[in-house]
Design a protein around this ligand. Structure first.
Ligand SMILES: [Fe+2]
Ligand SMILES: [Fe+2]
Length: 303
């Protein structure tokens, strides 16, 4: 859907911190760039990056999760890694895991695509063009290359496994080795879903983005066909919602709202924050409400 210009400007100003603030993206780019050049990540540098994410997620997940991207960076890799880290930590905490485990899973999110920072995958993704067969092969090399790099420089078994397995699929159709589901780590099965969701909703130079509501619907369909692990996909749906937390939606009233929470009793009626009135005019005061309390109101579509 097309939004009025003033609404876009308002959303840019309101949500920029979460989706494209230059500072955290630049920090991730620096960290991953150094790692790709052979410099190990220090515990302090990692903690410095993860601590504010954990703090925000505990306060208000939408401080970190907001799937609004009005700009299209030519190099998507750092924002992608940051988003995967945010989402991995959000899911871990929502799943009741402790802070240490959530940080470990956040690090897995941050690092699983490190192979995209290494040749030949790096050149293929940065070309910005649609890929031919050679380009696909170059990109597909990033799983094995990333695993090898992490085993050398970030000695964490789980992170290395997720890097290797995040493009495998539960039905054995993924890459690099088409491993069957029984050989894949549970966190890899979850990250396959996280990566596929982000791969659809983040901007890429070679294709239009899909809104998060449509992307989640597509994942659910692919899950029914066996592409993703059923229990993991169900859990992601329960924790993040059918309208993922951080999604912008248009309500049946015409108002634009940010999805702020999940209603496990009825995934179609989550908590939302009204950002605009029914003409797209920014609200002076943003209003929080639970759609479960307003039977006449529903989500019309994603933005
Ligand atoms: Fe990847
Ligand atoms: Fe990815």
């Amino acid at each position: 859907m097309t939004l009025p210009r003033r609404t876009v400007e308002f959303l840019d100003a309101t949500l920029r911190q979460q989706c494209a603030d230059a500072a955290p993206v630049a920090r991730v780019a620096a960290l991953l760039g150094e790692l790709a050049q052979g410099r190990p990540v220090t515990d302090a540098a990692l903690a410095e990056l993860l601590a504010p994410i954990a703090r925000d997620l505990a306060r208000d997940p939408c401080l970190q999760l907001a799937w609004w991207f009005s700009c299209e960076p030519a190099d998507f890799r750092a924002l992608h890694a940051l988003n995967a880290c945010r989402l991995a930590m959000f899911l871990a905490l929502a799943d009741g895991k402790d802070a240490g485990q959530a940080a470990a899973e956040g690090a897995c999110g941050l690092f699983y695509d490190i192979g995209l920072w290494l040749a030949p995958a790096r050149e293929a993704v940065l070309s910005g063009a649609a890929l031919d067969d050679a380009g696909h092969a170059a990109v597909q090399s990033h799983c094995v290359a990333g695993e090898a790099l992490l085993r050398r420089l970030f000695p964490d078994e789980l992170a290395a496994r997720v890097a290797l397995e995040h493009h495998e699929r539960a039905d054995g159709t993924g890459y690099p080795a088409s491993r069957p589901r029984s050989q894949l780590h549970d966190l890899s099965l979850r990250m396959q879903i996280v990566d596929s969701l982000l791969g659809q909703i983040e901007p890429r130079p070679w294709r239009p983005r899909r809104n998060p509501v449509d992307a989640m619907g597509r994942l659910a369909m692919q899950g029914q066909r066996g592409l993703f692990d059923g229990p993991q996909l169900r859990q992601v749906l329960l924790l993040l919602g059918l309208y993922p937390v951080g999604s912008l939606v248009r309500l049946s009233s015409g108002e634009v709202a940010l999805v702020t929470g999940v209603n496990a009793a009825d995934l179609k009626r989550p908590g939302v924050r009204l950002l605009t009135d029914d003409t797209g005019e920014p609200r002076q005061k943003q209003v929080e409400l639970r759609l479960a309390d307003y039977p006449a109101l529903h989500v019309a579509d994603g933005i």
